[in-house]
Ligand binder design. Structure first.
Ligand code: CDV
Length: 307
């Protein structure tokens, strides 16, 4: 089973950029992906807005305008329509405000028929809840979002077992393994990673990009799955986020990568039959996993030094 998949990297989205303008950019990228033969397109985390958790606001409701109460909605419907016309499936991230008033950092997978076939709400929220004066940059995801309540699920879409993770999730092997245990063949990940967001002068952009790539390649290899990680990047409201969008094969090799920091499409032909080899050999979970020794993974959150 072969399919060309596309990563649609998006350059910075400024505070006052309307959803409609962003959706036009997404549609232009989808057209390009289609011209390259792609049947599935992956967009970044929080594709529709600026990465507002870099800003502090006392009354968090003042930021509700960055959330979607419906999906699709008037602004995004043209993207859904185009995808249906081109017979393309896609996934993108947005900020979700539920009818119950709950806020999530969310991603959806949409079939070529325009149906939302899977929703995922970000599990691992980085950063902090309150303004921290000693920090050079704020990262307030914990203030504006609840930890996701969906867990990591998969769906068979276009013949492929697909699952989603969002940004910081890619650094957690637990997320990958939960998807791997469900036979995932394509993990899609959108991200917004600031090039600078703490006080460590030593952690330059090069090291950050390396850790990003290391995490995605390891996750793909250790679960014998394709993975596509796609950035929103470049300068946003005066802040830089790194690019580095990649498509990775089940051996953990990068098979396509972006070269710039703006809107850009990358494609790769994925032969999903290649996922079977690792799943049947080194990572044959049924044959080799030893769950009797993994209790701490779910019983304990933080590190405990007992010696
Ligand atoms: N949006 C994110 O989750 N960003 C984090 C940063 C803050 C480290 C990431 O893991 O890329």
């Amino acid at each position: 089973m072969k399919m060309i998949v596309a990563g649609a990297q998006i350059g910075g989205i400024q505070k006052d950029e309307p959803r409609e303008a962003v959706v036009s950019r997404m549609m232009a990228l989808m057209e390009q992906a289609h011209q390259k033969g792609a049947e599935f397109v992956i967009y970044p985390e929080m594709t529709l807005t600026t990465f507002f958790p870099r800003f502090y606001v006392e009354d968090r409701a003042a930021f509700d305008h960055w959330f979607e109460t419906q999906m699709p909605n008037a602004a995004t419907q043209p993207l859904f329509d185009l995808a249906r016309r081109l017979e393309i499936g896609f996934t993108f991230g947005y900020c979700e405000l539920t009818p119950e008033g709950l806020h999530y950092n969310t991603s959806i997978t949409v079939s070529p028929e325009g149906e939302i076939v899977l929703k995922y709400r970000k599990t691992h929220l980085p950063g902090h809840t309150e303004y921290e004066a000693e920090r050079s940059h704020q990262h307030l995801e914990k203030r504006y979002f609840l930890p996701g309540d969906t867990g990591f699920n998969v769906v068979r879409n276009q013949g492929v077992v697909m699952g989603m993770a969002i940004c910081n999730d890619r650094r957690w092997p637990e997320a990958w393994r939960v998807l791997g245990l469900q036979g995932v063949e394509l993990v899609t990940i959108g991200y917004n990673t600031p090039s600078q967001n703490n006080l460590s002068a030593e952690e330059g952009i090069e090291r950050r990009v390396y850790h990003h790539e290391l995490s995605v390649c390891a996750g793909a290899y250790q679960n014998s799955t394709y993975a596509v990680a796609v950035a929103k990047c470049g300068m946003e409201d005066g802040n830089h986020m790194f690019a580095g969008s990649i498509i990775v094969d089940p051996d953990g090799y990068v098979i396509a990568r972006t070269t710039g920091e703006g809107d850009e499409v990358i494609v790769a032909e994925c032969d999903f039959d290649k996922c079977a080899f690792g799943k049947q050999t080194v990572f044959n979970f049924a044959a080799h996993r030893r769950t009797e020794h993994y209790g701490r993974i779910t019983a304990q959150t933080g590190m405990k030094i007992e010696v």
